[in-house]
Design a protein. Structure first.
Lengths: 163, 393
């Protein structure tokens, strides 16, 4: 129990940030981390070694299952709210905002790969372990995600304007 | 590091700051939620037990009455649970579509309707590279024998639940894949690359298959005539795409010389098979039951092709079994020589031929596989297209 309390104290903030990058909503992120940590607490005695891969796996899987459930009932809006805000930013902020919007347009799986690799600094092997798939599948998802981010209309236009 | 990767790192770090401290996730809240989950699991377990007891209560009178087939049905239920396992992570999902081909440089198309947001594919090649396209997604990678997995697999990110799609795939020998394509096969291939490699490919012989599953795919469910180390049941009991009994390799070798006999001693029980793969060359395979001497019998004499030469046999007594294999150039076979009807005479003819030939360089491989399924459950019939199997599953 003491170890679990220490783990929560040490890792909670980082887990929240990761969960936010996956969900893009602080309330949902909080909910996701609480659920993941609750599941981890139940299995704490069975976790051998570093609990991080186990906890991240729960976060990724729980998020994926929530996303699937919510996606079915989701009604796409005509315009993403971030775009309206982006018009008021400086060019630098506008570029970042366009990239953020583009990340939001990635598939759930692709976003998870990007977040785990670029934010959590996990190797592709570690990402594959967390997501329960092959390294090849991670590579292909990451490649496609980067391709989509690079060819995103907003990003490409602004990058081009700089040159 | 590219500019985009740097941007990504900075952006992700910046965007995830803020949102308040979140109250250290509230340890009490976590523990309370954990207890709720535990209670839910107990209820679920209790519900399952109650349902099982209810089913048992219904079935018991008929089982006790000794209805015909009752015992068999029990046995089938047990077998099916044991074979299929429980669905979940790292288990192969339901197969949505599958195809086999004996041609390289020729596209195969699979149309199916995804059942969820997670659709995976698996391509298995005897040799070479595979390319898969769905919409803007193009994957390319090695899947041949050089990569001992024989597999290229991945997810179909553009597949959406309930929306029919068509996946295209083809394979080519590794020699037909340019360095430019290899360099960009880590996820940067375009639809134009797919078309270009296909247009430039020289059609040839090569065995490969593609399977699309809802959820994960397992490399171990590859057909045993491609993945010579054998195959196992897919999680939901789908048969391998070749439709042949599953099995595992007990002895396997790669040879670099032809015109030479190689003896193998293996331990197999009941049904077993020998595959000799010598595709891509104008070659001919000989397989002897026993030694290639006066006591030996020529079991098979077959031209090499896309499919490996196959000899199936049954070793009822167990213990060591001797097998001899050889591969020669097809144009060295003397015209009119009988290698099929009288097997002992054929053995002499094959030995005489090999005695006149000098060993030369040539790549081929042999795999002896133990069939894993009970002989009584496998039924064989010979048809115009070759041997067909049906199974008592």
């Amino acid at each position: 129990m003491t170890e679990f309390v220490e783990y929560v104290a040490q890792r909670n903030e980082r887990l929240r940030r990761t969960a936010y990058l996956l969900t893009r909503d602080w309330a949902v992120a909080e909910d996701l981390v609480q659920t993941a940590l609750a599941k981890a607490w139940l299995a704490w005695r069975r976790i051998d070694g570093d609990p991080d891969p186990y906890v991240y796996r729960i976060i990724a899987n729980t998020h994926a299952s929530w996303w699937r459930r919510r996606w079915r009932g989701e009604v796409p809006t005509a315009e993403l709210p971030e775009r309206a805000v982006a018009r008021d930013f400086t060019r630098d902020l506008g570029e970042r905002d366009a990239l953020w919007t583009a990340i939001g347009a990635l598939s759930n799986r692709q976003r998870a790969v990007v977040v785990l690799h670029y934010f959590e600094e996990m190797t592709l092997t570690q990402v594959a372990d967390v997501l329960g798939c092959s390294v090849g599948a991670v590579k292909s998802q990451l490649g496609r995600a980067l391709t989509r981010l690079r060819v995103d209309q907003g990003v490409q236009t602004m990058t081009g304007a700089e040159r | 590091m590219s500019h985009t990767e740097h941007d990504l790192r900075e952006l992700l770090a910046a965007r995830s700051e803020g949102g308040g401290r979140g109250g250290a996730a509230g340890l009490d809240g976590i523990l309370a939620r954990g207890r709720r989950i535990r209670r839910g699991r107990r209820w679920a377990a209790a519900g399952t037990l109650a349902a099982a007891l209810a089913v048992l209560a219904v079935l018991t009178p008929s089982l006790l009455a000794g209805l015909p087939g009752g015992k068999g049905r029990q046995a089938n239920i047990a077998a099916s649970v044991g074979e299929k396992g429980s669905p979940g992570e790292n288990k192969e999902g339901v197969r949505l579509a599958g195809a086999r081909s004996e041609s390289t440089g020729k596209v195969e198309r699979l149309s199916f309707t995804p059942r969820s947001g997670r659709t995976f594919y698996r391509v298995n090649c005897a040799a070479g590279w595979a390319f898969v396209r769905l919409g803007d997604q193009v994957d390319g990678g090695q899947c041949g024998a050089d990569d001992t997995q024989w597999t290229m697999s991945g997810s179909l990110g553009e597949a959406r639940e309930g929306v029919p799609v068509t996946v295209e795939a083809f394979t080519v020998p590794a020699s037909q894949v340019s360095q430019d394509i290899r360099d960009r096969s880590d996820g940067a291939l375009s639809s134009g690359d797919f078309d270009r490699v296909l247009a430039d490919a020289t059609p040839g012989a090569g065995l490969w298959e593609i399977a699309v599953h809802d959820g994960y795919v397992l490399t171990s469910s590859c057909s045993p005539d491609i993945c010579l180390d054998g195959t196992t049941f897919a999680a939901r009991g789908e048969r391998n795409l070749a439709g042949v009994p599953n099995g595992h390799q007990v002895e396997g070798h790669r040879y670099t010389e032809i015109n030479k006999r190689f003896a193998l001693k293996v331990e197999v029980k009941d049904g077993a098979r020998v595959y000799v793969r010598c595709a891509g060359e104008d070659l001919h395979a000989f397989i002897w039951a026993g030694k290639a001497d006066r006591s030996g019998v020529l079991a098979k004499s077959l031209p090499c092709g896309a499919k490996p030469a196959l000899w199936e046999f049954s070793s009822s007594g167990g213990g060591p079994t001797e097998i001899t294999v050889a591969v020669v150039r097809r144009d060295r076979l003397p015209g009119g020589t009988d290698f099929t009807s009288d097997l002992q005479a054929a053995s002499k003819n094959a030995n005489r031929l090999l005695g006149t030939l000098r060993p030369e360089a040539g790549n081929w491989e042999v795999s002896v596989q133990q069939r894993d399924e009970p002989e009584a459950k496998v039924h064989v019939s010979e048809g115009p297209d070759g041997r067909r199997y049906t199974f008592d599953d």
